[in-house]
Design a protein around this ligand. Structure first.
Ligand SMILES: Nc1ncnc2c1ncn2[C@@H]1O[C@H](COP(=O)(O)OP(=O)(O)OP(=O)(O)O)[C@@H](O)[C@H]1O
Ligand SMILES: [Mg+2]
Length: 312
């Protein structure tokens, strides 16, 4: 199996609810449900890899508080070298509403100070050679994002393929955020975006055409994946061919991190040199299962039939 790493945002999510109607200032509302969980795009993907029994590295930082220590514990020895910032750990408080909507209150916390030096503290370029590095949470990790070009140079030098899932920009898909994303993608081997992100980036309504257009500005032989929620996913592969996967019909209980779980399963399959159609199908199945199970279930260790072995 090829080596895997995720680089980006790990933070604390505190989910409470359901709440309705919106409370008046100065009142207290008693809710039925609370859940404290490891969150952030990189955190979500890392948790999925842990559950899938896949070996990986995770580069992140934390704040200097109990939450930071708790996040670090969740990743054991993989988090030993994570730098500790003087800021409080980024906390996202999410309120669920009976109609399935969510409202979030998020502190700035430790994430903006995650830096390229921090990444190099944790990751060993030689060990990742020939593998994949997933960059996530681009619009939250300001210091690192400012050094993305140097990160791409480092990845090129070590023969590491870079996959990008920026996540949704806090300021929205402004022309500046689209331009920055397209510039990063020109240095990437893999794009893992959802449908709205893809059509917005391309300025085209059709997701297949949009994926083809953005992919044409990426590295030669790049793969562009479009995540389509209940509709599954499509991808334009290294040869330019379109591949599609249908999502299983499930009853959703909690969609948080669906895309990040998808990314983890997709890369786990790719790292085992599976064909694109198998990677896409594995990713949709693992993601759909995760968001429809409580407590979350990823389907256990991810193993593929060895086709060559089967034939003998
Ligand atoms: N309603 C749903 N029913 C079944 N599967 C779903 C549903 N929503 C998401 N999924 C699964 O999760 C995968 C990724 O979800 P989605 O396309 O919503 O990504 P995303 O928008 O990047 O998610 P995120 O909100 O985490 O950023 C889908 O390809 C699908 O397999
Ligand atoms: Mg997403």
């Amino acid at each position: 199996m090829r080596p895997l790493a995720v680089i980006g945002n790990v933070n604390v999510d505190l989910i409470v609810g359901p709440v309705t109607p919106w409370p008046k200032a100065g009142t207290e509302t008693v809710v039925d449900h609370d859940e404290l969980r490891v969150g952030g795009q990189a955190g979500n993907s890392g948790l999925a890899w842990l559950a899938l029994g896949v070996d990986f590295a995770i580069a992140a930082n934390v704040g200097d508080d109990q939450f930071g220590r708790w996040l670090r514990d969740a990743f054991g020895s993989r988090a030993e070298k994570w730098p500790v910032r003087p800021e409080s750990t980024t906390l996202s408080v999410g309120m669920t509403h009976p109609d399935g909507e969510r409202t979030f209150f998020t502190t700035t916390g430790h994430l903006p100070r995650f830096s390229l030096a921090d990444v190099f503290t944790v990751l060993d370029g030689n060990r990742l050679s020939g593998g994949y590095a997933l960059l996530s949470g681009s619009f939250l990790t300001d210091d690192l994002t400012g050094d993305y070009e140097a990160f791409f140079d480092w990845a090129d030098r070590h023969g590491i393929a870079v996959a990008l899932d920026t996540g949704w920009p806090i300021t929205g898909w402004t022309p500046a955020n689209c331009a920055a994303t397209l510039a990063w993608l020109s240095r990437c081997d893999l794009a893992l975006f959802n449908e709205v992100e893809t059509v917005t980036l391309a300025g085209l309504e059709n997701p297949v055409e949009a994926a083809r257009k953005v992919r044409s500005s990426m590295k030669k032989g790049a793969t562009f994946v479009v995540k389509r929620g209940p509709q599954g996913a499509i991808a334009i592969g290294p040869d330019g061919a379109l591949v599609e996967a249908v999502a299983p019909d499930v009853k959703v209980v909690d969609t948080i991190g669906a895309g990040d779980v998808f990314n983890a399963a997709f890369l786990a399959a790719l790292a085992q040199d599976q064909p694109l159609s198998v990677c896409l199908s594995a990713a949709t199945h693992v993601a759909s299962r995760a968001i429809s199970t409580l407590p979350r279930n990823y389907g256990g260790p991810m193993q593929f039939e060895d086709v060559a072995h089967e034939r003998t």
